[in-house]
Design a protein around this ligand. Structure first.
Ligand code: ATP
Ligand code: MN
Length: 525
């Protein structure tokens, strides 16, 4: 069964303006004073990882890293679900759009995004790459996304966990989304597809990272889990933005964006400290789950969710790289928001430490992008994006190590989390300081090689902590110094290093001795 395209209520390739009009006419959203559209995504204001399934079929069966992250569902259940969604959409006004994923033609996926709501289609317009007019004439899609927030699955009939789901079928090249209006499911569905296709078919490493390039064409990439600062730190007026969240690293030595837009958190958004993102919010931008007072967005009001968001096409940012492609990165940042306040705000990693930290993917969850997480908890997510990685994490980790080796990129660990104590005692490190550290590195002001004069080796984590950095007080660079209580500091540090080792146990058999030595409390600089 396929979608009946003769349906008179089938709206194709609508302009953003029209999608906004329809949304407002249907009472599903409102315009803000900036001209952007604000909508509510409904019950779900974050992704729901426990309801993300992949169809178990010939292509995926023996290849996927099945488990609690890549949850399997049968072809029969997938089929029933698809039939029922199509029946549900039959006769409704629906919105379809052709779009691309992947800035390099060679690695691009052509998509058709079919949505029940006009605003979900606006999200697809903002976030995917917009095909040129002439591409649309003979557009042959590879993948289809069907997004029906109003359709509720029946776990007894469809084999889902509850009424909401996001399901990928690699044989059908389809993503089915239902029971949730959270737009992030649309982009992360295709990200997951690419994370399987690119390494297995093209030897391209897919990465959950942002990227930008400097005046000398030097590329920087920023890995990190949700809320660690990928979007924030890559939006830098002095560098051209390549992309916000998802990139590939090709065998030819290029970094390319998968997307055509940015999806930024707007909690506490401040014009002064984040001007690029603030100024991008105008006509065409789609705000999610924010509170509006007299037409103005109150970015401090998180009464719906802490995960308030905005999506906009990448050209809403002034300084962008066109096309969204950069060269081999010179600097790679691993961002972590450490709520223990233990990790140094900036440190240089050896190649082994880089491999160790990439597989570990440490951060502390703060304020949920995922349903049900509101308290800070330490969290490990391999490759800084395990929920989106269908293959075993070590496959991506090996590819990254090999690429770091070949390109001789420098890897830095940036703690954008707590300083002066753990969450509750200390405070989040000032964005101004983090930016100063990142800029110092990008401007070549922090040495790339170890020397005692320039670096202190952290006694628990073994990473090289700079003794000074332009724009940052020396004391801030030493987490121990900011605590003013050595005993409490080391107790917390060992607690965290223990958590690292317990988590790493599951990768131990894959990691060689060198990578293992990249872990805490070892010296192999
Ligand atoms: P996602 O994967 O969910 O898109 P992300 O890695 O892009 O997450 P950001 O959207 O950049 O994360 O979120 C970082 C948040 O933390 C922003 O709201 C930013 O203002 C805030 N923040 C506070 N202090 C810092 C800091 N020192 N460095 C970076 N971000 C900070
Ligand atoms: Mn982001």
């Amino acid at each position: 069964m396929s979608l009946n395209t003769s349906n008179s209520n089938y709206f194709q390739q609508m302009t953003p303006k029209k999608l906004v009009e329809i949304t407002i006419k249907k009472g599903q959203g409102q315009l803000t004073n900036s001209g952007s559209l604000a909508i509510n995504t409904g019950k779900f204001t974050g992704r729901s990882p426990k309801d993300r399934f992949i169809v178990e079929e010939d292509i995926t069966k023996g290849v996927l890293n099945w488990g609690e992250i890549n949850i399997s569902i049968s072809s029969e259940n997938y089929r029933k679900l698809k039939d029922d969604i199509l029946k549900y959409l039959e006769g409704k006004e629906i919105y379809t759009r052709f779009a691309n994923a992947g800035a390099l033609k060679k690695y691009q996926l052509r998509l058709e995004v079919i949505t029940e709501y006009a605003w979900s289609n606006l999200f697809a317009y903002n976030m995917f790459i917009r095909p040129e007019e002439k591409e649309l004439e003979n557009f042959r899609k590879d993948w289809t996304i069907i997004d029906a927030p109003g359709f509720m699955a029946d776990p007894g009939v469809h084999g889902t966990r509850q009424s909401n789901f996001a399901i990928l079928s690699f044989s059908e090249k389809t993503v089915l989304i239902g029971g949730t209006g959270y737009t992030g499911e649309i982009k992360k569905g295709i990200f997951s597809a690419l994370n399987f296709i690119l390494p297995t078919e093209h030897d391209v490493l897919p990465m959950h990272c942002s990227a930008n390039v400097g005046k000398n064409k030097d590329t920087a990439i920023f890995f990190g889990l949700s809320g660690t600062g990928k979007t924030t730190l890559s939006a830098d007026p002095n560098r051209k933005l390549v992309g916000d969240d998802e990139h590939g690293w090709t065998p030819e030595g290029q970094i390319f964006n998968f997307e055509g837009g940015c999806y930024a958190k707007v909690i506490d958004l401040d014009k002064k400290s984040e001007p690029d993102i603030y100024n991008a919010i105008h006509v065409g931008a789609l705000l999610e789950n924010v509170i509006i007072k007299n037409g103005e967005v109150d970015f401090k009001d998180i009464s719906i969710t802490q995960n308030t968001r905005v999506s906009y096409p990448i050209n809403h940012i002034d300084n962008i790289q066109v096309p969204s492609v950069g060269e081999n990165p010179e600097n790679i940042f691993f961002l972590t928001a450490d709520a223990f306040g233990v990790l140094p705000p900036v440190s240089k990693l050896t190649k082994n430490q880089a491999a160790y930290h990439f597989i570990s993917g440490y951060t502390s969850k703060i304020a949920g992008t995922e349903a049900g997480i509101n308290e800070p908890v330490p969290s490990f997510s391999a490759c800084f994006g395990e929920p989106f990685m269908p293959l075993h994490p070590t496959i991506y980790a090996e590819m990254l190590s090999e690429k770091i080796e070949r390109s001789d990129a420098n890897v830095w660990l940036i703690n954008t989390g707590w300083t002066g104590g753990a969450y509750g005692v200390g405070s989040r490190i000032k964005l101004e300081y983090t930016r100063a550290m990142v800029n110092a590195i990008l401007d070549g002001k922090l040495d790339k090689t170890y020397s005692y004069e320039k670096y202190h080796i952290h006694s628990v984590f073994g990473v090289a902590q700079p003794r000074s950095c332009p724009g940052v007080p020396d004391k801030v660079l030493s987490p121990r110094a900011t605590w003013d209580n050595d005993e409490a500091y080391y107790t917390a540090a060992f607690k965290l290093s223990n958590a690292f080792r317990i988590n790493f146990a599951k990768f131990e058999s894959y990691a060689n001795e060198e990578i293992r030595r990249g872990g805490p409390q070892r010296f192999d600089f």
